[in-house]
Structure formats: structure tokens, C-alpha cells
Design a protein around this ligand. Structure first.
Ligand SMILES: [Zn+2]
Length: 123
């Protein structure tokens, strides 16, 4: 519930995204996000697949909250098509959307307190 709140506060729209970990790293907040496995459509043969091939972390520049940088690390999943054996990254429209809209992000004291309370809960 609170994780969902964080994601919303960060301006990320995506029901398929969840918080893996939040930590402090040299004065910045690092928020690791991950996506849930979902059936994907192969871009070349259009068949469906849920077979995971590999992962890659994508760094996304987050907002600055109360003078502290928020770094978002998104664990992207690469899928393997079992029909034609091609591999492809899952489509994450929320990331494109996020990167386009960063300037319009509302970074509020609310975001800050939400992150801090999550950190406290984890400790
Ligand atoms: Zn395919």
C-alpha cells in the first residue's frame, strides 16, 4: 500500500511496477523498482511468451526532494520468444512517459516524508 504511494508520488504510472528496495547512498535516495512477469507479445512473430531471458538495470533520473537526489533503478526484464527464439525487452511505457514528464513532476514535502517513513520502516 505504501509502496504504491511512493510510486505514485514519484509520478510513475504503471500498475505493473513495484518497489524492490529503498536505501540511502551517499546522501541520495536510491529506489529500486521491478516489474511483475506478464505475458508479452513477441515483436517479430507476435506469439505470446512469459519466458524470462535476462535482466538489466536501467537508471532513471528521479526528482530532487528536499535537496536530495532520488535515483530510480528499474530492473528491466528481457523475454525470450519460445516460437522464434528472439529476445526482447518488455515494453514499459511508464518509463518513456516518466522521462518525458520529469520537468512537470511535483516534488513535494509529502514525497520526502513518504520516502523517509519507508526508510524507517525498512531499518
Ligand atoms: Zn517470436
Amino acid at each position: 500500500m505504501q509502496n504504491h504511494f511512493i510510486i505514485e508520488m514519484l509520478g510513475i504510472k504503471g500498475t505493473n511496477v513495484d518497489v524492490w528496495e529503498i536505501r540511502e547512498e551517499s546522501g541520495s535516495f536510491v529506489i529500486e523498482l521491478f516489474t511483475n512477469v506478464r505475458k508479452q507479445k513477441c515483436p517479430s512473430c507476435k506469439k505470446g511468451t512469459k519466458r524470462v531471458h535476462s535482466y538489466r538495470n536501467q537508471a532513471i533520473q528521479g526528482p530532487i526532494v528536499s535537496n536530495r537526489r532520488v535515483q530510480i533503478s528499474l530492473r528491466k526484464r528481457r523475454y525470450l520468444c519460445i516460437e522464434c527464439h528472439c529476445t526482447f525487452y518488455e515494453r514499459l511505457q511508464m518509463v518513456d512517459h516518466y522521462q518525458r514528464c520529469t520537468s512537470a513532476l511535483q516534488t513535494t514535502a509529502l514525497t520526502y516524508s513518504a520516502i523517509v517513513s519507508l526508510l524507517q520502516r525498512i531499518d
